[in-house]
Ligand binder design. Structure first.
Ligand SMILES: NC(=O)c1ccc[n+]([C@@H]2O[C@H](COP(=O)([O-])OP(=O)(O)OC[C@H]3O[C@@H](n4cnc5c(N)ncnc54)[C@H](OP(=O)(O)O)[C@@H]3O)[C@@H](O)[C@H]2O)c1
Length: 332
């Protein structure tokens, strides 16, 4: 008989040998393209990890607007399919060749596929250590919005002394942009509904209402901050685009919501949409630093709702209202 640490030949097992029996899991499958009702809970056995993989027992799952777009069919593909780009959990098995992470480690995984699950296999290259001080839900909601914010700040060259015009300041991406811009020594004028102005102010930006008269309100806010020198659009409205083009040098405008008008205008378009810059290297490189900042309390993730995985349809309905003002997280 062999112990878990010795192989069948009696030699010590290589550290990277796959461990454990298949793990039972619940996961969400979209059975077709459509509304939230296409999301169904299923069960499966997740096998031991293969070469370069780890298996996670998931503690929290970040829900993002992109999940809704994919579910609707707006991004193409074939059904059935799985959703979920970011999770936080504990490693319960590591595959051959994995040396960077150990069984029992608390990690954040991003960018992964099929994260709406209680257990799953992910590439070891896509996990970073979760700071012990960071709650599970915040960890699960940190990296997609955070890495997007870093990408937008990088390509617009935001640094000390800049003033960023930020559309969609109360959303998850907006909140990350405000805080990370502040850490770079920049100031932010951010658009949000009035009920979110205290939130935006607390994060360090000058809040203004979007809607008619926006350019005048930006000019008024600029009396305090200085005129905008860069613009980041996390709202994707016609108004956001027009306003950015009116006030900021074309080369320093970026949007994370890719629209035909943004393409026509020739501004920087970021993310996974056709014709956009995915920024994979920038985003991957940002993960460890974002985790460090969040662990040290320098980057806050505001979680507004935590729902059981079984309530995934409700989670999608809530995000679809487009006024979440923070992260929605599923708990398996
Ligand atoms: N390209 C990428 O890589 C990438 C990555 C992440 C997200 N995104 C996209 O970026 C957008 C924002 O994502 P998110 O995660 O931040 O979403 P979110 O957390 O759901 O936030 C959406 C926010 O938009 C604000 N908003 C709604 N209508 C607005 C308007 N007309 N003008 C300004 N703000 C408005 C809302 O704030 P109020 O309640 O104050 O109105 C709301 O809090 C989504 O379209 C998402 O798909 C793209």
């Amino acid at each position: 008989m062999t112990s878990p640490t010795t192989s069948a030949t009696g030699q010590p097992a290589p550290q990277s040998a796959p461990q454990g029996a298949p793990a039972p899991a619940r996961y969400v499958e979209a059975e077709a393209f459509g509304g939230p009702e296409v999301l169904q809970l299923r069960e499966e056995l997740v096998p031991a990890p293969g070469e370069g993989q780890v298996r996670l027992q998931v503690h929290a799952i970040g829900v993002n607007p992109i999940d809704l777009k994919i579910r609707s069919g707006a991004r193409g593909g074939t059904a059935p399919f799985r959703l979920g780009y970011e999770v936080a959990g504990v490693v319960d098995a590591v595959g051959p060749g994995v040396t960077t992470v150990r069984v029992g480690e608390e990690v954040i995984a991003f960018r992964i596929d099929g994260g709406y699950a209680s257990a799953l296999l992910v590439p070891a290259a896509d996990v970073v250590p979760k700071p012990a001080s960071l709650p599970w839900a915040e960890a699960a909601g940190l990296l997609l919005a955070g890495a997007t914010a870093v990408h937008a700040l990088e390509v617009t060259g935001v640094g000390e002394g800049d003033v960023v015009l930020l559309h969609g300041a109360a959303g998850a991406v907006g909140q990350a942009v405000i805080q990370l811009a502040g850490l770079r020594g920049a100031r932010v004028i951010g658009t949000a509904s009035e009920r979110n102005h205290d939130l935006v102010r607390d994060l360090g930006a000058a809040p203004i209402r979007y809607g008619d008269g926006l350019v005048d309100r930006i000019r008024a806010a600029a009396q305090e901050t200085g005129a905008p020198t860069a613009a980041i659009d996390a709202a994707g409205t016609e108004e956001a685009l027009t306003t950015s083009l009116a006030l900021v040098d074309h080369d320093r405008i970026a949007t994370v919501v890719v629209t035909p008008r943004a393409a026509e205008a020739g501004i920087k378009r970021l993310g996974g949409a056709a014709g956009a810059d995915p920024g994979t290297a920038i985003r991957d490189a940002a993960r460890a630093e974002l985790a460090r900042l969040a662990g040290e309390g320098l980057l806050r993730v505001r979680v507004v709702r935590e729902l059981p995985l079984a309530d995934v349809q409700e989670a999608h309905r809530f995000v679809a209202e487009n006024h979440a003002a923070g992260k929605v997280v599923l708990l398996p």
